[in-house]
Design a protein around this ligand. Structure first.
Ligand SMILES: [Zn+2]
Length: 194
C-alpha cells in the first residue's frame, strides 16, 4: 500500500539524512539573511526574526504596505471568490485594532501620550515623496524655531531709546493723573455719604 510505503520511507535512515542536510543548509543560509532590528518586548534586544523587505519581521511592521500604501489598510482583491468574507474579517480587525489603541492611549502618561502623538504625526500614511516633503517641512520649521530662539537681541538705536524714555514718561504721567482723579472722586464720594 502506498501510504505504508510512504511512512516507511519517512522513518528510513536515508530520509532522515536528507532532512537533516536540508535543515542544516537552511540554518546556514538563515544566519546570513537580514534580521529584524526592532526592539523585542522580552528583553529589549533586537528581535532577530527574519526581516522582510523593509527590514522588519512579520510581527514588527514587515507587513506594512509600501509607497502609497504605507500605513494604510490593505483591502482584499474584490475579484476573489471569498472577497466578502475577507473584507468582513478585515473590517472586524480594524475595529479591534481601534479599540486596542484607545485602551493603550487611555493608559498613557502625558509624556507617553505626547510621544505617541508625535509618532503618529511623523508616520502619516501615504506615498514616500509626500512624507519626505512633510519631513523636510518639519525639519525646516524646527531649524527656524531654533534660530529664532537662539538669535541675539538686536542692538537698540538711540532713537528707539529716546522713544522708549518718552513712552515711559508719558505712562508715568498718565498714572499720576489717574491717581489724582481717583483721589478727587473719593473725596467727593466721602462728601456725599458724610
Ligand atoms: Zn521583529
Amino acid at each position: 500500500m502506498k501510504s505504508d510505503r510512504l511512512s516507511a520511507w519517512r522513518q528510513s535512515t536515508q530520509w532522515r539524512m536528507i532532512s537533516r542536510e536540508a535543515i542544516k543548509r537552511w540554518n546556514a543560509k538563515r544566519e546570513t539573511l537580514p534580521k529584524c532590528g526592532a526592539r523585542r518586548k522580552r528583553d529589549g534586544e533586537p528581535c532577530q526574526q527574519l526581516a522582510k523587505e523593509n527590514g522588519r519581521c512579520h510581527f514588527h511592521g514587515g507587513r506594512t504596505g509600501k509607497g502609497a500604501d504605507y500605513h494604510r489598510h490593505l483591502f482584499p482583491n474584490g475579484d476573489a471568490s471569498d472577497a466578502e468574507a475577507k473584507l468582513q474579517r478585515k473590517l472586524q480587525q480594524i475595529e479591534r485594532d481601534k479599540k486596542a489603541q484607545a485602551k493603550r492611549r487611555a493608559k498613557m502618561s502625558p509624556e507617553q501620550r505626547a510621544a505617541h502623538e508625535h509618532w503618529h504625526r511623523t508616520h502619516q500614511p501615504g506615498p514616500a515623496a509626500a512624507r519626505a516633503r512633510k519631513r523636510q517641512d518639519r525639519q525646516q520649521a524646527k531649524e527656524l524655531r531654533q534660530r529664532i530662539e537662539n538669535a541675539e537681541p538686536r542692538p537698540v538705536s538711540d532713537e528707539i531709546k529716546a522713544l522708549q524714555a518718552q513712552a515711559a514718561f508719558l505712562e508715568a504721567e498718565r498714572d499720576r493723573y489717574r491717581a489724582m482723579v481717583q483721589a478727587e472722586q473719593q473725596q467727593n464720594d466721602e462728601g456725599v455719604f458724610s
